[in-house]
Design a protein around this ligand. Structure first.
Ligand code: ZN
Length: 184
């Protein structure tokens, strides 16, 4: 089932998301719905707060980038109770977008290496160092679990430049091809 995506201004996007237990109600169905919702919106990642749930569940699909990054062929994963423990390496700047901020793209500086812990769909624990494009996508998605958006990382000047679009979202105007839920 395709779910509406919560847009900038929705308080859930600013909440710190909670870990869940394996008996979380209809978890499998929720994960399937998150993948379907992300696919419909052509996203590379979707975090549960973006569908209105303040829980630590993220889906990522990098297969759509596999022309450019062959190592991500068939890369489609769910991260449960995800946490970033350490940031390392060089800072790199790359343009990002977000399904909760339709119509905006801005360059964001992030570290290129991170230490993460998460559970997979079978609730098996993983503790990994991640690099490259995946490290960027994870930082963007896991930020959502801390109530952060990528625009929090851009300069005050750039933020000023996108203010009009952000204000329009607060007034219920979001121009995109997928279903959204604005605050108005
Ligand atoms: Zn996002």
């Amino acid at each position: 089932m395709i779910l509406p995506i919560y847009v900038y201004g929705q308080p859930v996007l600013r909440k710190i998301a909670e870990d869940i237990k394996p008996d979380y109600p209809q978890l499998n169905e929720l994960i399937d719905n998150m993948f379907e919702t992300m696919d419909r919106a052509d996203g590379a990642g979707l975090a549960a707060p973006q569908i209105g749930l303040p829980i630590r569940v993220v889906v990522v699909d990098l297969d759509l980038l596999s022309d450019e990054f062959p190592e991500y062929k068939d890369f489609r994963k769910v991260y449960i109770n995800a946490h970033v423990l350490e940031f390392e390496g060089e800072e790199e700047s790359m343009e990002e977008g977000c399904l909760s901020l339709p119509g905006i793209h801005e360059a964001v500086k992030r570290k290129n290496k991170i230490h993460v812990t998460y559970l997979d769909r079978d609730f098996i624990e993983h503790d990994e160092w991640v690099e490259g494009y995946l490290a960027r996508v994870m930082q963007h998605e896991f930020d959502h679990l801390e109530g952060k958006l990528y625009i929090d990382h851009i300069s005050p000047l750039r933020k000023q430049m996108v203010k009009g679009k952000l204000n329009a979202m607060l007034k219920g105007k979001a121009h995109c091809t997928y279903r959204v839920k604005t605050i108005k």
